[in-house]
Design a protein around this ligand. Structure first.
Ligand SMILES: CC(C)(COP(=O)(O)OP(=O)(O)OC[C@H]1O[C@@H](n2cnc3c(N)ncnc32)[C@H](O)[C@@H]1OP(=O)(O)O)[C@@H](O)C(=O)NCCC(=O)NCCS
Length: 163
């Protein structure tokens, strides 16, 4: 049983989200970038996982026509491996289907195997490479695409704590 809840991100979350970005990414977004993203509810959907009043994970997606783009996802350092990112992705997928989204895409650092394993469970497959995508590290990004409708059927059962 998870002990966090998922809700839409709000302006008041921006400082906490900034802290998470800075803890996780070599090129973190700025406060203004985050505020723009959170408040642009026409084309963006930002959600947070909240546990005992603190944000333990967040996910930001963008809608382009019938596509969903995963803009950012992160779990509080030290809180990984408990299913936070999975529950945020599950929630986004549910919402995406309701909106009629048919496919999803994202870029992920070539070395980020943890994130790639998470994405593969949602049917994401690599279709290309963007060389030197990340300005600071010069690392390549893999471009992944998933079929949102089909991915639910192909998703393997998630491990549970009592299995
Ligand atoms: C990548 C990242 C978002 C994953 O977040 P997470 O909360 O650890 O992800 P989850 O816990 O949902 O899933 C991770 C693992 O926990 C397992 N898990 C899922 N639900 C579980 C549960 N209820 N109980 C136990 N384990 C569970 C999953 O099977 C998964 O295992 P695997 O990755 O070894 O296959 C996180 O590591 C992170 O924030 N990384 C830094 C930022 C980053 O790289 N973001 C991606 C940029 S593209």
């Amino acid at each position: 049983m998870s002990d966090w809840t998922i809700r839409l991100a709000e302006r008041r979350d921006v400082n906490e989200l900034l802290g998470l970005e800075q803890a996780q990414f070599p090129e973190p977004w700025t406060k203004n970038m985050l505020l723009d993203e959170i408040t642009n509810t026409e084309t963006r959907r930002y959600t947070v996982a909240v546990r005992q009043g603190a944000i333990v994970g967040y996910l930001g997606v963008m809608f382009v026509l019938d596509e969903l783009h995963v803009n950012t996802i992160g779990t509080l350092p030290g809180f990984e491996g408990r299913g936070v990112a999975t529950s945020l992705m599950d929630d986004a997928w549910r919402d995406a289907r309701e909106r009629g989204v048919v496919r999803a895409t994202l870029e992920v650092a070539a070395s980020n195997q943890r994130a790639q394993r998470l994405y593969s469970r949602y049917g994401f497959k690599p279709v290309g490479i963007r060389k030197n995508y990340y300005a600071r590290t010069r690392e390549d990004a893999l471009v992944l695409w998933a079929d949102v409708v089909a991915s639910d059927e192909s998703k393997p059962a998630r491990p549970t704590l009592d299995s």
